[in-house]
Write a protein that binds this ligand. Structure first.
Ligand code: AMP
Ligand code: MG
Length: 491
């Protein structure tokens, strides 16, 4: 029996300048490291066949499945604020699209599958470490309920790739609602190709925003839709302590999914100025800057759409500004509401925002672990267990003072303590992919060909809101010597 992918490609039917047709470059000796069986089933693929030697060759780009029409997508992008008119998939190849079991169209893409016409000076390959990191963090984000691309498989290639040192090569199979980015619009806009912008916008509306097709002004509604999804996404990132690390416009998904896990990380201690990425020397993509950057990226999208909004450029700008203005409203609804839920407030009162902000300020001042503090608050809010969150604070009295105010406020809430605890535990994860754990997984894989730590970490992160007492050590922050200070793009 041969492995059949039920492709129904739509992007490859767009005009030829949207992409380059290119096949993956075969690798030496592919070995399957991980297959996401549940996701395979969701995509209508047979996991046993995918795990077979033939399936592994497909996942490594060594063999093409029937019906594949492999392409590298064209896009542009602002990288750290500087515009690059042509980027494109330099090391990724879209095998095709399938309709999943919920009727949703999903891209299946190989990342690290060899050079394309967009590779510039790159080798088209990926190293094992970044592939494992993307696999772990994207699947953790999914389990946290945050929109994200998924990971279907990881294979090693049997080849080495040259980075600062020689590293084992790997290929990730990534699944996304689509790989269309803000930078995809910029590619056409930068060339003055308004027809291209319009065709792309129509494709995006049909695919991701079908509701806006019937709006009075569909392109305005499209921009509003992307703004709303990005505002919601960034709020969700902040609420779990996630730092994307490279929020370039080419890494900003039109569908509103978290995409391109490079030097991303979750913070341990709460520090709004936290940056991990080794290439982000100015702190442009620091934790607390992320909403501002998302709006900056959306402004670049709006500029691309101007010719579609109105024939009168001044009017188009005015209308675009009004829509971009909705970002602040959306974000400042989603983020504070999320914070209120994190401290167990399910009604809104004056003073709530100040109460949460005072907690965050105290956490920052006292190096409190973001995840542990909120998880322990959940327990404290329930059965009246002791305030174990206090030992997260270098000065526990700072917490005590805040907790007294918090308890007075909780007393005004309608929920029972049990209801409150359950609700808080459902928004305050116990387990996040802590950097030192991700690093340890990568080291075990690279140095000892040992994937047991990888499997165990994936197991833990699949249920982030459950206590999982046997894995309690995964809740702990790094010891001083385990601290990861920088993450690397690893391109
Ligand atoms: P990223 O930093 O992964 O978002 O990539 C930015 C751009 O560089 C994209 O156009 C990538 O396709 C390209 N790129 C990154 N790494 C490589 C590589 N090893 N070979 C070819 N292109 C690459
Ligand atoms: Mg990218």
């Amino acid at each position: 029996m041969t492995l059949h992918f039920p492709f129904q490609n739509s992007y490859a039917a767009l005009p030829a300048n949207f992409f380059a047709r290119v096949a993956p470059t075969p690798v030496a000796t592919p070995r399957l490291i991980k297959l996401n069986r549940a996701l395979a089933v969701q995509l209508g693929l047979d996991p046993d066949l995918l795990a077979s030697p033939e399936g592994t060759e497909i996942l490594a780009g060594k063999r093409l499945p029937d019906g594949a029409d492999p392409i590298a997508m064209a896009y542009a992008g602002h990288q750290f604020g500087h515009f690059v008119p042509q980027l494109g998939d330099g090391r990724a190849i879209l095998l095709g699209e399938v309709i999943d079991q919920d009727g949703l169209r999903r891209d299946i893409q190989l990342k690290g599958s060899g050079p394309t016409p967009f590779s510039r000076r790159g080798d088209g390959r990926a190293a094992l470490g970044p592939v494992l990191r993307e696999y772990i963090v994207s699947e953790a984000m999914f389990a946290l309920g945050i929109p994200t691309t998924r990971s279907l498989a990881a294979v090693t290639s049997g080849e080495r790739v040259q980075r600062e040192t020689m590293l084992p090569g790997a290929v990730l199979t990534r699944v996304a609602s689509s790989h269309i980015r803000v930078g995809t619009f910029q590619f056409f806009a930068a060339r003055g190709d308004t027809d291209g912008v319009r065709q792309l916008a129509d494709h995006v509306i049909a695919r991701h925003y079908p509701d806006v097709a019937n709006a009075d002004r569909p392109y305005h509604a499209l921009l509003a839709g992307v703004v709303a999804r990005q505002a919601d996404l960034v709020a969700r990132w902040l609420l779990v302590g996630f730092i994307h690390g490279v929020m370039n416009t080419d890494n900003c998904s039109i569908a509103g999914e978290t995409i391109d896990y490079g030097p991303c990380a979750f913070m341990d201690d709460y520090n709004p100025a936290q940056v991990f990425s080794s290439i982000d020397e100015m702190g442009r993509y620091a934790y607390a800057n992320q909403p501002r950057i998302a709006l900056w990226n959306l402004t670049r999208l709006a500029e691309c759409l101007l010719p579609l909004l109105s024939d009168d450029n001044d009017k188009a700008i005015e209308q675009a500004q009004a829509i971009l203005g909705e970002f602040a409203e959306q974000f400042s609804a989603a983020y504070p509401a999320g914070l209120r839920r994190k401290i167990g407030l399910f009604t809104a009162r004056d003073g709530d925002e100040a109460l949460v902000q005072d907690l965050l300020d105290a956490m920052a001042k006292n190096q409190a672990d973001f995840t542990i503090t909120f998880r322990r608050l959940s327990d404290a809010a329930g059965d009246g267990a002791g305030d174990t969150a206090r030992d997260q604070f270098t000065d526990p009295a700072a917490f005590d003072e805040w907790a007294a105010r918090w308890r007075r406020r909780l007393a005004e809430e309608p929920q029972s303590a049990g209801e409150r605890q359950a609700a808080m535990r459902a928004v305050n994860p116990a387990f996040i992919p802590r950097n030192h754990r991700v690093e340890a997984v990568i080291q075990a894989a690279m140095n000892n060909d040992d994937y047991a730590p990888f499997e165990e970490l994936l197991t833990v992160l699949a249920k982030p809101f459950e206590d999982q007492p046997v894995y309690a050590s995964y809740m702990e922050p790094p010891l001083p010597e385990q601290r990861v200070l920088q993450t690397f793009c690893g391109t």
